[in-house]
Every structure is written in structure tokens, then in C-alpha cells.
Ligand binder design. Structure first.
Ligand code: CO
Length: 286
């Protein structure tokens, strides 16, 4: 079993999106900085209402999926199809934009902590124009599993295997086969998990410090950094100097050209121009 090495560190950078929501972007913070099929990862984490109160008023997406996972806070989601969802602490929302969605995500609190993540997962060409779909995932639908060597993991997508006992997340059956775990380790504990050898994987560390890789080639990952892993059969990560909390993402690479213009991610420039044109003409999602 080849243990994956920490191959590249992507430091998250402060930015803002929507109507001025402050966040930190790692994957996707520069053009082409993707970990196929993952296009972007944002962390929002603040106790200051001015950093989030304006929210994300109506905006479009085409050609990929968005996954919003809340640690703390309360967001209301609405889309042009009339769907409405309440996103609360510990819950998630999975949205397949497909050919088009116009939605808003607005804070339902005026004080307190807002903390969570938004991940963008690409769709293959054959699925970019499929109808939009979404699912609200209640906190109780996300299993929290005790790990073999200490700590816990929440399974947002894919399958966690702890000593042969398998736990499925609420989202399975996507062509990119994403594994999305939220892992919490006590000081010194090691998390190990098998991952299909040629799937791409990264860890986003949001609390503490981690060493990643086999003992003889372990490298340190610091807080608020994404660590892109080499290919290999297994990941190994150890909490250093205190507890650690991180997201682990892995998925099957799509291996197609990515052309992105803001909220539109297609395969060619012409397709992106078409998306802009469709949005301007009110037929993005028609
Ligand atoms: Co959006």
C-alpha cells in the first residue's frame, strides 16, 4: 500500500464574495488552481455579523455542483425553481447546477458565529447541461463515526471504512464519486483511510496542525491551508501539538478542459459565452 505524500500546499487567501461575505479561498484562489474534479473551496468563519450579513443575493451557476456545509450558523437558500431550504449548524446542501440555477443564500441571524465551507465540484461534459437538482441534508443525516485510533469523522459524501465497517454519507452515486469527510483528531492521533489510487485528494485543515504521509516522509500542514496529496492507495494524517480538524476530499478526476468565467464552468470558451448570453436573456435555466 503506497501512502500518499503531501505534494503541494495551497495557503488560503482572504477574499470576499456575494454581497461582501468575507471568506478564505484555497482551491480555486488562482486561475487553474484546481484539484480535478474540485474547482474551489471557501471557508467562512467569523463572529462578526458585518462579515456575513449581506449574504449571497440571487446569482447564477452552470456546469458544476456546489456543496455547502455549515459548522455554525443559519442560512436560508432559495432558488428560481421555488425550492427553499434552511441550512443550520451541522447540516449541508448539495446542489447540482447542471444547465442552470439562480439562487440566493442569505444569513438568518444578525449576530453570533457563522462558520462553514462551500465546495465546487465539476461535472463532466455529458452532465453539464442536465436539469438542476438539489438536496438539503439535515444534521442528523450526516453520520458521525468513531475512528479506530481516536477521533471522529462525519461522512458528508462517499463511504467511510473503519476496520471494515462501512458508513455511507447521504450523497452517493455521483460520477465523480466524491468522498467528503469532516475529521476531528485528538492530539497525536493518526487517521488512515484507503483511497482509490488514481483519485485526486486534498485535505483542508481548519484547526490545529497535521503531519501527512508515511512516517519517513511526513510533512507538516498548517491551519487554513489545503494540502494536495500525491496519488497512492492510502492517506495517513496525524494531529500535531494539539487537536486537529480537517476536511478530506477525494474524487475521480474528469480530465477534461476547464473554462471558467465566474459562476459558469464549461469545457470551451464558446460554451461559457453561451452561458453568459443565456443568463442575460433570462433562459439560463429554462
Ligand atoms: Co451560489
Amino acid at each position: 500500500m503506497a501512502i500518499r505524500r503531501l505534494q503541494q500546499v495551497i495557503q488560503s487567501v482572504p477574499t470576499s464574495d456575494g454581497a461582501g461575505v468575507k471568506l478564505r479561498r484555497s482551491i480555486g484562489s488562482q486561475r487553474g488552481l484546481y484539484v480535478d474534479p474540485f474547482l474551489m473551496l471557501d471557508e467562512f468563519s467569523t463572529d462578526n455579523p458585518h462579515d456575513y450579513i449581506a449574504g449571497f443575493p440571487p446569482h447564477p451557476h452552470r456546469g458544476f455542483e456546489t456543496v455547502t456545509y455549515m459548522l455554525d450558523g443559519h442560512l436560508l437558500h432559495e432558488d428560481h425553481l421555488g425550492n427553499k431550504g434552511d441550512l443550520k449548524s451541522g447540516g449541508a446542501q448539495w446542489m447540482t447546477a447542471g444547465r442552470g440555477i439562480i439562487h440566493s443564500e442569505m444569513p438568518q441571524q444578525t449576530e453570533g458565529r457563522m462558520r462553514g465551507f462551500q465546495l465546487w465540484i465539476n461535472l463532466p461534459a455529458a452532465e453539464k447541461m442536465k436539469p438542476a437538482w438539489y438536496r438539503d441534508i439535515e444534521p442528523h443525516e450526516i453520520a458521525q463515526v468513531q475512528l479506530a485510533h481516536g477521533g471522529t469523522a462525519k461522512v458528508i459524501a462517499g463511504t467511510l471504512d473503519v476496520a471494515g465497517v462501512k458508513t455511507d454519507g447521504p450523497i452517493t452515486g455521483r460520477s465523480t464519486e466524491p468522498l467528503y469527510l469532516d475529521v476531528e483528531l485528538p492530539p497525536g492521533a493518526t487517521f488512515r483511510h484507503a483511497i482509490t489510487g488514481d483519485y485526486n485528494a486534498f485535505i483542508y485543515l481548519y484547526e490545529g496542525a497535521l503531519t501527512i504521509g508515511a512516517a519517513n516522509e511526513a510533512r507538516l500542514l498548517k491551519t487554513q491551508c489545503a494540502g494536495v496529496l500525491s496519488h497512492g492507495d492510502e492517506i495517513a494524517a496525524t494531529a500535531q501539538g494539539g487537536a486537529a480538524r480537517f476536511l478530506l476530499l477525494a474524487g475521480k478526476p474528469i480530465q477534461e478542459p476547464v473554462v471558467q468565467y465566474g459562476p459558469f464552468v464549461m469545457n470551451t470558451r464558446e460554451e461559457v459565452e453561451q452561458a453568459v448570453h443565456d443568463y442575460q436573456n433570462g433562459v439560463l435555466a429554462a
